[in-house]
Write a protein that binds this ligand. Structure first.
Ligand code: SF4
Length: 377
């Protein structure tokens, strides 16, 4: 397959292993089983992760036999880009299809090697800012949480992504035009990352590994709606990643209106788990708060949010809502957003307003997939 080429529609079904699912030990085990030279492992990892080469034919220091074997047993790029959009501010968004290619007529249906449903699509976004190139990736197909302001939750959960599919999103974003390398990763796309714990943590290991994409763990942020038990489990994860809690409302009653999953725990229980995170890892949490005009953006809401943030030593990221067709929330005014921030700051909370990026390409989470599904049968 050519470098950067997509699996041809109607071609062979993806029965080969997904290279991005493997860590260094697994590649070494594969090589050892076939009595291949040890240095081949480093060569393969170097071609793919360091040089960004996915076409075995271009791996010029490999013997022809090794290139042929690699191509017959591995698929490096499994997804297919079905939409690629660039915004005027440099943000780029890709919609990937993980649909297996159709089998030839009369052939047996391919066995899926992952939990992905057929015809499934995920969104990934590359956000440039000064010297940063941030990859915002999806962890699941659809989302089980169903936040009422979010297009990703429409239709619920279709399945989990594999670690390889998460790594491939970052890899692909790093090869877009104008991107040298991805410096930061945020799990803020489709899905609840802690509900796909094993795949997300395996992917983070590959993203961070020196033989992998080499992205600093502190520059990898996992954003969760929050399940106290999952946050406690995440305290034991060996890499010093950043945790963000999507709070979005300062009271249980309002939070449950906005986030259906909030019925499973109270804000008090979540803050206890966040407090444990802070004391066990020594790392501060960021509270994410999407401002919905007239819903959760009053001065009283800001006061209550400040109390929560101070309790767990958290920074606050304020996100101004981006309108999504079919979802009945409005974008708050600039004045209201700044007044909200000022209330937090007056209480001593470190509060930032996250810049809206890519508004001209439907960059809100799940928006592109949602809008496409509205026009594509
Ligand atoms: S905001 Fe996040 S958690 Fe909520 S539905 Fe969207 S993807 Fe899921």
């Amino acid at each position: 397959m050519d470098e950067g080429a997509e699996s041809p529609a109607g071609g062979a079904p993806p029965l080969r292993a997904h290279f991005f699912d493997l860590d260094r030990e697994a590649v070494a085990a594969w090589a050892a089983e076939r009595h291949l030279p040890r240095h081949l492992v480093d060569q393969l990892l170097d071609w793919v992760y360091k040089k960004g080469v996915t076409d075995p034919a271009a791996m010029t220091n490999l013997s022809k036999a090794h290139r042929t074997l690699f191509e017959s047993e591995f698929e490096v790029l499994r997804g297919r880009t079905i939409v690629h959009q660039s915004a005027t501010d440099g943000t780029q968004k890709v919609l990937l299809s993980w649909r297996p290619a159709a089998p030839e007529s009369g052939a047996l249906l391919p066995q899926l090697s992952d939990t992905v449903a057929r015809g499934s699509e995920t969104e990934s976004v590359m956000i440039p800012s000064e010297d940063r190139r941030t990859a915002c990736v999806s962890s699941q197909l659809g989302c089980p949480v169903g936040c009422t302001f979010c297009a990703s939750g429409i239709g619920g959960l279709e399945g989990n992504l594999t670690s390889g599919q998460i790594v491939e999103q970052v890899f692909r974003l790093g090869r877009l035009e104008g991107v040298d390398r991805i410096s930061h990763v945020v799990f803020m796309g489709m899905g609840e990352p802690l509900a796909n714990y094993a795949a997300v943590t395996d992917a983070i290991r590959v993203l961070n590994a020196p033989w992998g994409l080499g992205i600093s763990a502190r520059r990898i942020t996992v954003s969760t709606v929050g399940l106290p038990a999952a946050i406690r489990k995440f305290c034991d994860f060996e890499l010093p990643v950043t945790l963000a809690l999507s709070l979005h409302a300062p009271s249980d009653a309002l939070r449950r209106e906005i986030i259906p999953w909030a019925e499973f725990s109270t804000i008090g229980e979540l803050l206890d788990a966040c407090d444990e995170w802070f004391h066990r890892t020594g790392r501060e949490i960021t509270l994410e708060y999407i401002l919905l005009g007239g819903v959760n953006d009053s001065p009283a809401h800001a006061e209550d949010l400040a109390t929560h943030a101070l309790r767990i030593h958290a920074n606050v990221n304020l996100i101004r809502y981006n309108e999504v067709r079919g979802i009945p929330y409005s974008r708050p005014s600039s004045e209201d957003v700044h007044a909200f921030q000022e209330t937090l700051r007056a209480r001593g909370v470190n509060a930032h307003i996250r810049a809206s990026r890519g508004r001209d390409i439907a960059a809100a989470c799940g928006q592109l997939r949602h809008e496409r599904s509205a026009v594509v049968p």
